[in-house]
Design a protein around this ligand. Sequence first.
Ligand SMILES: [Zn+2]
Length: 183
Amino acid sequence: MPADWSRPVDVDRLADAGETRDFDAELAVFPRLADQLARPGARARGSLSVARERRLPVVDVEVHAQLPLTCQRCLGVVEVPVDSSARVAIVPDLAAADALGSDLEPYLAVDGKLALRDLVEEQLLLSLPLVPRHEDDAQCASAGAAREDMGREGARGEPDEDAGAPVTQKPFAELGELLKRKR
Ligand SMILES: [Zn+2]
């Protein structure tokens, strides 16, 4: 992984150099994500390409991972695949974020500095399902059975009618809310 990716770097400089960084990192290096994982050891890999667009630094973030999460139905481990990419514009203020086209996600960096790791972590957090669960009942049953002798808290007999399309978090919803409030 890039040596400097956990400390703030000047993205303008990276944009002017047209830098691309590949990474392959243990998920433990992402502090906000790490405590949501059901077990350690999984990795994320991908790349960050920085260029300049409409005078702003724009980072193409691509990330691939298998996140070991806790199934909310059987409390076993469910592996959630993430194959995510986004185009993120680094903006100095909300006005600049507001002026972006819909193809770019804003990321606020007041002094133009950010840790590339944080961009990757943001992308991973946005990819988390709100309610992680096995898609297939059979997988749930086998993960549950393995826990049988550890107590029955996994068997909740929850109805299945809400097991439709997975609800995902809206990208950069927080910033969207901020913008709305400003208007
Ligand atoms: Zn399950």
